[in-house]
Design a protein around this ligand. Structure first.
Ligand SMILES: [Zn+2]
Length: 307
């Protein structure tokens, strides 16, 4: 009898776990479509992608409703923004000693995925003829290891983070790699704030060069101080990097959140992430020319490189 009850319990738990992977698109309310400011075209602005590493897993782990059988690649990337008045990185990609950082990541995510290093960020920059001293600054979408690892090789370059994100990085379990890098040597921290008023549906912004080409907006949810970055290149193509608000483009397209297990491991405030995804879905629908970039989705990154 006891065995039967235990068996039933296991079956029920597995069924409950299975349910968390079933497709359940988020409800999208009607209402006024969010519009964006006119595109600001600044000659000489370009952006490109450094693909630092690839993490192999299953599509179903990245977005609720995708197949658990379908293999998928999660890219670890840094973005290079060239502007006549400065050269920024958005996120830092991976360090040369990525193994030291991988060892600190949650065991479950290591068991469920496999990481292949393509090119540490500092090496990719060197290949372009750039030393860390040639980088004006680094803006972090957030502080998780796969966005900060490369900082270990970029000492001396100013790093912009919101105060909420810095507090999180210095205390949360998911900030352990950031703390490891900080313990090994100083990080040139700069406070990221939003002095420039609303930008489309975002209530505040930081217009980095005061010309509309690089605009940072708050996007809390995945972490308390996550940010999004609007990038408009010299031809007038506008992209929005959304950090890890979604890991795959379907997160915005359907829209759908990460499955429960991934939310438990990675998302700080699941309800806030859901609200961001619905807002991004509506923003995309109202602005079809905007390229929304979940920074880990290689299918979207390939398109950014071609912009
Ligand atoms: Zn990430």
């Amino acid at each position: 009898m006891k065995t039967k009850i235990a068996l039933l319990l296991v079956v029920a738990l597995l069924a409950a776990l299975g349910w968390t992977f079933v497709k359940r698109p988020l409800a999208v309310p009607d209402g006024e479509a969010p519009s964006l400011p006119p595109v600001a075209t600044v000659a000489g602005v370009t952006f490109s992608v450094i693909r630092s590493a690839d993490i192999a897993s299953r599509a179903g782990f990245t977005v609720r409703g995708a197949s658990l059988l379908e293999p998928t690649t999660t890219a670890v990337a840094a973005f290079v923004v060239e502007h006549p008045r400065g050269r920024f990185l958005i996120d830092a990609g991976t360090a040369q000693d990525i193994e030291a950082h991988l060892a600190e990541t949650p065991l479950l995510s290591r068991v469920l995925s496999e990481t292949t290093v393509r090119q540490p960020t500092v090496d990719a920059l060197a290949q372009r003829g750039l030393a860390p001293g040639d980088i004006t600054g680094i803006i972090l979408t957030h502080s998780h290891w796969d966005h900060t690892s490369g900082l270990a090789d970029l000492r001396g370059v100013p790093v912009w983070m919101t105060p909420e994100e810095l507090a999180f990085a210095r205390t949360d379990d998911m900030g352990v790699v950031f703390r490891q890098i900080e313990a090994a040597g100083p990080i040139e921290l700069r406070e990221l704030s939003f002095p420039d008023g609303a930008y489309g549906p975002f209530e505040a912004s930081w217009d980095v060069f005061d010309d509309g080409s690089v605009v940072v907006v708050p996007m809390p949810g995945h972490t308390p101080g996550s940010v999004g970055v609007f990038l408009t290149d010299g031809s007038g193509k506008r992209a929005l990097l959304i950090g890890d608000t979604a890991w795959a483009r379907e997160g915005v397209e359907w829209p759908a959140e990460k499955p429960w297990l991934a939310r438990r491991i990675a998302d700080h405030d699941a309800a806030q992430v859901r609200a961001q995804l619905v807002m991004l879905h509506r923003l995309q629908r109202a602005n079809p020319e905007l390229v929304i970039v979940p920074v880990h989705d290689p299918r979207v990154l390939d398109g950014v490189a071609a912009l």
